[in-house]
Design a protein around this ligand. Structure first.
Ligand SMILES: Nc1ncnc2c1ncn2[C@@H]1O[C@H](COP(=O)(O)OP(=O)(O)OP(=O)(O)O)[C@@H](O)[C@H]1O
Ligand SMILES: [Mg+2]
Length: 510
């Protein structure tokens, strides 16, 4: 983008924001040009979301100036920020279930435009026209709950732009999206940029930054440490700016697997998976991958009792495994990190300490009769250290941590239950480059303590670094096994299998 001679749409100058125990923004200056996709990156807790909350008027800054389209705003609040053209599209767009897309699109505007009288046909037509203007061809009579997360985001962006937003903020929009929807969202965002809209784009997926952004600004510890056009920077340079150091990839040394812990035989659930034969051994890390809907996610949720498990034999240890609910699964020693961590697993108002130890209390109590506080503190501090959870103290409420750090609390909590089997669904989603490595390290350490671990993921490089075996699903079946030491594992080979290329050969393999 050519910045010369164009006034920025957003100019934030020397913004300071202090929370108890943290200087979240330490004199941050940040600006966005018209028609620019500006990526904002940095480690978990760097201050990205806080900066955006200041821009959307949610948090008043302690000092600093904000100019939007040339106008200085000294007392910004959410209504004024919106009016000035700033719009934030949430990762999980809120909508009113039961209503159609058209009704949801119109919701905020109905009373203003029609004075209490609603012409439904016209409303549908309007909504359709409006979305079409932004290149979205959807059936507006469809109910909102039947749209995909990506469609909801695009509808929300269109809605914001229609309401005259000039800057749309996307805070980790792609975390909950399957890969092909990411491409759709990007195409849509680029098209809106061509029309002059600006985007602030927050993501931990660095490839995405290079794919979609024009400029990238890096934050570290509440300060901006660099900003450059994307074409002038390389990925290793960007990683160094983000972390302040070189980040090594974490590669696990495969050990000798122990006894079988979880055994599935002929497990079948119609429209989800069929004839799954799979054994997880103690101390083993097994990757499960495939296209969206091809089975691994469904299998994980089935095993944890979030969805039906289906028919077949499942044994955990020496006993027949009873699926049905997360509680019974945890009691038998099977824990699961859900892909959609939204609202699951953590209790926002409670402290980091309570959250990590809540799930272990059951285990500590019978041992000690009452909660042994020094023991609890030690356990919690241990996980905070190992995972590098950035928190002012153990007492801090989890809802005040950054997104990525909340995520680490969830993992700490699961690890603290000391499960026999741990299933992680996209564990590195939303965590920064350094924290990814920390998480992979903890997976390795848990496996060395004898936990059998399955990682459901489509981050192929990470699977290759951490897994002893990778199983590829295609249309509900396991069609290939790649084993470290036996097979040469490459991303190309994995991708081919994921696309189903080796379906014919598969019978010979398994
Ligand atoms: N409401 C709040 N009260 C207290 N501290 C807060 C609050 N919101 C954020 N913080 C702290 O401010 C710092 C910056 O957090 P922020 O959410 O902006 O990080 P982030 O860069 O968005 O990280 P992530 O990538 O993990 O989402 C963190 O140390 C966080 O704990
Ligand atoms: Mg954040």
């Amino acid at each position: 983008m050519d910045d010369a001679g164009r006034a920025p749409v957003v100019e934030m100058v020397d913004i300071v924001k202090v929370f108890p125990g943290v200087r979240a923004l330490d004199s941050v200056s940040f600006s966005v040009q018209p028609g620019e996709i500006h990526a904002l990156v940095g480690k978990n807790g760097a201050g990205k979301s806080t900066l955006m909350h200041v821009l959307t008027g949610l948090y008043p800054p302690d000092s600093g100036a904000i100019r939007i389209r040339g106008v200085q705003h000294d007392n910004l609040n959410t209504a004024r920020a919106k009016e000035a053209g700033i719009s934030l599209v949430a990762q999980h767009v809120k909508f009113i279930p039961g209503l159609s897309i058209a009704e949801n699109v119109n919701c905020g505007m109905l009373p203003l435009r029609r004075g209490g009288f609603v012409d439904w046909k016209k409303m549908a037509r309007d909504a359709e026209e409006r979305l079409a203007r932004f290149g979205l061809d959807v059936d507006v009579k469809r109910r909102m709950e039947y749209t995909t997360v990506a469609e909801r985001q695009m509808i929300e962006i269109a809605r914001a732009l229609f309401a005259d937003a000039s800057v749309v903020i996307l805070d980790e929009p792609t975390a909950p999206l399957p890969k092909h929807d990411v491409a759709k969202l990007f195409e849509f965002v680029r098209r809106q940029r061509e029309q002059g809209a600006s985007f602030i784009y927050i993501s931990h997926y660095l490839e995405e930054i290079f794919d979609v952004a024009d400029r990238v600004t890096v934050m570290r510890n509440g300060a901006v440490v660099g900003s450059a056009p994307v074409r002038d920077i390389t990925q290793p340079e960007l990683i160094r700016l983000i972390s302040g150091a070189n980040v090594e990839r974490y590669k696990r040394e495969s050990g000798k697997p122990g006894q079988p812990v979880l055994t599935l035989k002929g497990l079948t659930r119609p429209r989800a998976y069929s004839d799954i034969d799979l054994t997880l051994h103690a101390g083993e890390v097994v990757g499960l991958t495939g296209l969206e809907g091809s089975g691994p996610g469904e299998l994980a949720r089935g095993l944890f009792g979030l969805e039906e498990l289906g028919d077949g034999e499942v044994t955990l240890g020496t006993k027949v495994y009873r699926a049905g609910s997360p509680i019974t699964s945890l009691q038998q020693g099977l824990a699961y990190l859900p892909r959609d961590r939204h609202g699951l697993g953590i209790v926002g108002m409670r402290s980091v300490r309570d959250n990590v130890s809540l799930s272990v209390l059951g285990r500590l109590q019978p041992l000690f009769g009452l909660i042994n506080s020094p023991a609890e503190r030690k356990l919690v501090q241990n996980y905070i250290d190992v995972l590098g959870i950035k928190t002012p103290s153990m007492q801090t409420a989890v809802e005040n941590l950054s997104g990525g750090n909340q995520q680490k609390v969830v993992v700490a909590k699961l690890a603290a239950t000391e499960p026999k089997v741990l299933i992680l669904d996209e564990p590195t989603q939303g965590v920064d480059v350094q924290a990814k490595v920390d998480l992979l390290r903890i997976v390795d350490q848990l496996s060395r303590r004898g936990v059998a671990i399955a990682v459901v993921s489509d981050e192929l490089n990470e699977l290759m670094d951490i897994c002893d075996r990778i199983l590829v699903f295609y249309r509900g079946r396991i069609i290939r096994e790649f084993k470290k030491g036996r097979d040469t594992i490459t991303t190309t080979g994995l991708l081919a299998a994921i696309e189903g290329e080796s379906v014919e050969k598969s019978n010979a393999v398994l």
